[in-house]
Design a protein around this ligand. Sequence first.
Ligand SMILES: *Cc1c(COP(=O)(O)O)cnc(C)c1O
Length: 375
Amino acid sequence: MVDLEGQTKRIRPEIDAAIARVLDSSRFIGGDEVSSFSDELGGMLDGAFVIPCANGTDALQIALMAIGVGPGDEVIVPAFTFISPVEVIVLLGAKPVLVDVYSDTFNIDCEAVESAITVRTKAIIPVHLFGQCADMGKLLKIAKEHKIHLIEDTAQAFTSVYCDGNGLSGKAGTLGTCGTTSFFPSKNLGCFGDGGAIITHSLDLAADLGVICKHGSDFKYKHIDVGVNSRLDSIQAAILRVKLKHLKDYNQRRNVAANIYDELLEGAVGITTPFRDPRSSHVFHQYTIQIDPFYTSNKNIQDVLKKADIPTAIYYPIPIHLQDGYNFLDYRVGDFPVSEKLSKTVLSLPMHTELSREEQEYIAHHLKEAIKKWI
Ligand SMILES: *Cc1c(COP(=O)(O)O)cnc(C)c1O
């Protein structure tokens, strides 16, 4: 699905130098590498404040803590997503209120969000899925109207740009109250372990977020808040500083690969290629096609491709409301029909910065052959 080996090989001397710098400094926690990374990344995000932390899940939890989410509060999240946003809402004692997604963009359904709002709603967490921004124009309008927070989970759409033609434009994660991201190795900007960050344009919120990451401390051994321990390692920051310089190129390579898939799969029976939302650029964290359920399931195609040594992934095979661990939320089959349908149709193809046209031709050929078994 990804080729981290090939990607690392091309920048290995720069990476070695960065790691050596940290070893020579013996500054393994905090220090210049972390603060410089934070500044450099902020520069890339239109001057937003960047608060590095240990991973993308922590980033979400810290963001919710900073806006005061706790027992009695409700937070609206999509049913078709990675588990992190839902998990942290529950951990903080609040209630996740799930809503369905749009069938074309796979992003949170704004009409459904609006009907899910109650007096207890404290925030909405749109997850910018697979590389494209959710409908931030509508979401911001809803958030403003109801005075609730928007926490953008931008782990999959980092540096993607939203621009709706109504005067609203900006990078994913910088439009709402704050944005969160992950530097998990396979993300578009990945380190060599775990890492994450929270992004905000608000100086006050940035200060609060920084305090929460550091045990609620604004000064050594003085605790003004209940916090957590969530840090980005200096070595990871040094590695990320190198990779940050290549991020634009990485995203471009992913877009080139996506265009090639589009071209190779054009008109293929039983396959729908990814929808391109005109309001958002796409960073193709995933290239996710849909298999027409009239013919067969995503799982069946996946099994056939596996025999040709082609890895694929189903993100996500079980929507949140049907996960056993979340039975207590009392949802049932049929509650979110789009999410349920997507879990049986979506198939993510290998997508990374090192794909060759030949590899993609091989994948597209076998994919079309695979579907033919059911046509
Ligand atoms: C990867 C991911 C996360 C979690 O990131 P970690 O760094 O693994 O904690 C959260 N949300 C989404 C949408 C993700 O894709």
